[in-house]
Design a protein around this ligand. Structure first.
Ligand code: NAP
Length: 268
């Protein structure tokens, strides 16, 4: 596993496991919790130590229970979660209460990376939320703080008015929608990019090209896409409900894409 060093010196495994449907009936985002931790158990068994969760997913306890069950020390794991701002922002008291619930569900007294899940229109509120994250960071409860789905203007707001720059911007970056400009902007500000849904949006034609690129290395389309992202220091958080596919996503450190491979992938 390769680690990336964030702008505050904290190291993060460059591949993490997505979790948004784990432990849920029918593997559906809106499914009820089944009460088991199967996908988390498989992932830990295959070598994942970085888990991407969120309050929005409603399954932080699945992640917490799985990590606890593994009996591995807490320090082995890198846990991300996100403040649910999909319905906007309520108040500072609300944000504090939601954060405390995350700590309880994840069964930990610190979170490695805590993100604001999504920007909203009110800049004063967004700064208030960021200052709350900074406070948890200063108290050592959050080891690093960042954002998700932020565009340049939202990043500038925090960079110009906050005390701590975001360590990460977790954004959509996938085949045909690489989000190149925003990744470059993140990079120019020392902010690491995390690609969410890294394996979505791949049509049959693109899959064929990617499989062809992977063939000489004995790699699949999924491995080629993930390799492409990590070669440019983009963190990836794939998820699968199949143990063998989860494991396959980790097998990307034993080959290197050529410049011509990368050009073909970028053009998809
Ligand atoms: N910040 C945000 O706003 C945001 C938004 C969306 C997602 N996320 C995060 O990103 C994570 C990943 O995104 P995602 O859940 O949409 O899925 P994804 O990782 O893009 O994967 C999409 C599908 O690819 C399949 N797959 C996985 N590994 C494979 C392999 N080796 N070979 C072939 N197929 C493979 C899986 O299907 P099978 O299960 O059938 O294998 C999976 O459902 C989420 O779980 C969540 O943690 C964040």
């Amino acid at each position: 596993m390769k680690n990336l060093t964030l702008n505050n010196g904290i190291e993060v495994p460059i591949i993490g496991s997505g979790t948004n449907t784990y432990g849920k009936e029918g593997n559906q985002f809106a499914g009820d919790l089944r009460g088991d931790t199967q996908e988390i158990d498989w992932a830990i068994d295959s070598g994942y130590r970085h888990f991407d969760s969120a309050q929005l997913y409603g399954n932080e306890e699945v992640v917490g229970n799985g990590l606890k069950k593994s009996s591995l020390p807490r320090e082995e794991f890198f846990i991300t979660t996100k403040l649910n701002t999909f319905e906007g922002y309520v108040s500072a008291d609300w944000a504090h209460a939601e954060i405390e619930k995350s700590l309880e569900k994840l069964q930990t007294d610190s979170i490695d990376l805590f993100l604001i899940h999504k920007p909203w229109d009110n800049h004063a509120e967004m700064l208030e939320a960021w200052r709350i994250l900074e406070d948890y960071y200063n108290r050592g409860v959050f080891k690093s703080i960042g954002v998700s789905n932020f565009e340049k203007e939202h990043l500038d707001l925090l960079l110009e008015n906050g005390n701590i720059p975001p360590a990460v911007n977790q954004i959509k970056s996938q085949v045909g929608h690489w989000n190149e400009e925003l990744i470059a902007y993140n990079r120019s500000k020392g902010i690491a990019s995390v690609a969410w849904s890294p394996l979505r949006g791949i049509d049959e034609k693109a899959k064929q090209v990617l499989d062809e690129i992977g063939k000489p290395y004995g790699k699949t389309f999924a491995q080629v896409v993930l390799r492409y992202q990590i070669e440019r220091d983009v963190i990836v958080i794939p998820k699968s409900h199949h143990k063998d596919r989860q494991a396959q996503c980790l097998q990307i450190f034993d080959f290197e894409l050529t410049a011509s491979d990368r050009d073909r992938i970028a053009a998809l």
